[in-house]
Design a protein around this ligand. Structure first.
Ligand code: HEC
Ligand code: HEC
Ligand code: HEC
Ligand code: HEC
Ligand code: HEC
Ligand code: HEC
Ligand code: HEC
Length: 199
């Protein structure tokens, strides 16, 4: 009985040492906040090294053994497009910040408390770069003196065409590229209104 307990204790101690080692090796041991958000980028579950493969983390500060910042395998947007279909970001009508590869202006590569890994509340993100839109009666001059709802109020409305998603700028606009003018999803003419309204 004594012997068995001793053996168990040894096994337990070895296991503990192994876990501690694994934890120290694992990036989250020191970078816990990276995975604390409501949504975590699915790529994170495949391991930090998938993107940060040129980093020697045996020392702090770490040693970057590669040509790209933060020990990244490739630069953004090439890094993103190594997993995400390039066709989603190209065409005749591409949104300017997408065209210049500024994925990180809008997305956090690790996680976010907002949908789509966005860096802030969706409508605020768009309005940050398009502040004039809020004060213009967007589209509906003569129909509504307040302008069309834009999704920038406290109360969320559901997108009638995309169940489960909140109504905001991207309910009418594609964020990356579109085949239609002004990055619209349904076009710019009055018939496009009928996508959501009976008029
Ligand atoms: C022992 C704790 C510890 C471990 C383990 C650790 N890090 Fe870090 N890491 C730090 C600290 C502290 C900093 C900030 C130091 C600095 O900016 O110079 C940092 C900074 C970084 C940076 C930013 C570097 C820069 O140039 O700004 C990246 C990227 C990073 N870590 C990735 C990782 C990855 C990936 C792993 C796992 C493979 C990892 N870390 C494991 C403590 C750790
Ligand atoms: C999908 C690719 C990807 C994965 C997976 C990934 N990172 Fe990053 N990480 C990036 C990019 C891109 C940046 C540069 C962000 C910037 O410049 O704003 C970055 C920056 C960082 C930084 C610098 C501080 C910051 O927030 O900019 C740290 C620390 C870091 N990553 C740690 C980690 C850890 C820890 C993991 C695993 C839990 C991880 N990363 C997984 C792409 C990734
Ligand atoms: C190692 C592969 C990999 C890399 C690199 C990668 N992603 Fe992802 N990403 C995924 C997977 C897997 C998903 C989940 C499936 C999907 O939505 O396509 C995802 C989902 C996303 C989503 C949707 C999240 C949601 O909740 O709707 C965004 C946004 C995103 N990635 C942006 C980026 C950006 C920006 C970069 C570059 C900094 C990047 N990804 C690099 C694999 C990757
Ligand atoms: C101007 C801001 C902006 C930029 C720049 C941007 N995105 Fe997005 N992205 C969004 C928004 C907004 C959504 C969510 C759209 C929605 O509500 O359905 C999104 C969604 C996504 C998704 C989820 C799938 C999809 O198509 O809806 C992926 C993956 C993604 N972005 C990757 C990227 C990559 C990679 C880059 C850089 C090449 C990039 N994004 C640049 C705003 C942006
Ligand atoms: C980082 C800044 C930035 C962010 C964030 C941003 N945009 Fe833009 N957007 C631009 C720039 C720059 C242009 C080109 C300006 C011009 O041509 O006058 C543009 C142009 C546009 C256009 C006009 C396209 C055309 O063909 O004329 C629309 C529509 C648009 N953005 C919608 C959005 C929406 C919706 C969002 C949020 C998902 C958003 N933008 C977020 C910078 C941004
Ligand atoms: C109900 C649908 C709808 C919503 C919601 C919407 N837009 Fe638009 N937006 C349009 C249409 C349609 C056009 C094209 C109008 C035209 O050319 O006559 C447009 C045009 C634009 C333009 C180009 C303006 C120009 O003068 O070229 C920008 C930038 C823009 N929208 C940004 C936004 C932003 C930012 C939001 C959210 C705060 C938003 N839109 C919400 C439908 C919408
Ligand atoms: C993607 C769907 C969508 C499209 C396209 C769309 N709308 Fe709307 N519209 C909405 C939603 C959602 C509301 C808010 C309904 C609510 O408050 O319950 C709304 C509200 C309105 C209102 C009431 C505004 C107020 O102050 O109460 C008017 C008027 C309107 N839309 C006109 C238009 C016109 C004109 C077009 C075309 C140029 C258009 N809409 C295109 C979804 C859309």
């Amino acid at each position: 009985m004594q012997l068995r307990n001793a053996a168990l204790a040894t096994v337990f101690a070895l296991l503990l040492a192994a876990t501690e080692l694994a934890a120290a090796e694992s990036c989250q041991y020191c970078h816990r906040s990276m995975t604390n958000n409501k949504t975590v980028h699915a790529a994170i579950h495949m391991g930090c090294r998938l993107c940060h493969d040129k980093l020697d983390v045996s020392k702090v500060p770490h040693l970057n053994k590669g040509p790209f910042p933060k020990g990244l395998r490739a630069e953004v947007p090439a890094l993103c497009i190594s997993c995400h279909e390039q066709a989603l970001f190209e065409g005749n009508r591409v949104h300017a910040p997408v065209n210049t590869g500024m994925c990180l202006e809008c997305h956090d590569p690790h996680g976010s408390n907002y949908p789509g890994l966005l860096k802030m509340k969706p409508a605020s993100l768009c309005l940050n770069c398009h502040p004039d839109i809020e004060n213009s009666a967007h589209l509906v001059q003569g129909i509504s003196s307040n302008g069309h709802p834009l999704g920038n109020t406290k109360k969320d409305i559901e997108d009638p065409k995309r169940p489960g998603k909140t109504f905001y700028c991207a309910s009418c606009h594609e964020p990356h590229r579109s085949t239609l003018p002004k990055l619209t999803r349904y076009g710019v003419g009055m018939t496009s209104c009928q996508t959501c309204h009976q008029m």
